[in-house]
Design a protein around this ligand. Sequence first.
Ligand code: FES
Length: 128
Amino acid sequence: MTAPEDESVSWWLIGPVSELSKKQCRLLYSSDGRDADVCLFYVSGDFFAMDARCAHSGGPLCDGDIEEADGVLQVFCPWHDYDFNLKTGKSSTGLQQRVYEVKLDDGNVYVKHQSELSLQPFSQVKET
Ligand code: FES
């Protein structure tokens, strides 16, 4: 028996693997506005998705350096250098960045998220 899916969360088609694997990180715009944007990382043959704004003070994680230590892939926030595990979103500082499931289907990348995601900005985002 499986738990019922949260109906507000959906899989969003982002684009073809062949394109998205050309860059280490893409910013995915959220229909919920800037604070819900997501980073889609492509590192060592795998995709990872996490909130684009750092849980510390909102730094742009897409611009962070990525390093591997003891088999753990981490992104370092460009603002204060906090580390976040790409898979779990955990930081050695105790902060937790939200991460999202990614799946590949028929050559395309999908990300599971509570709001619509797009490589292009939404024309009407909620002002915060
Ligand atoms: S804003 Fe990311 S470490 Fe401070």
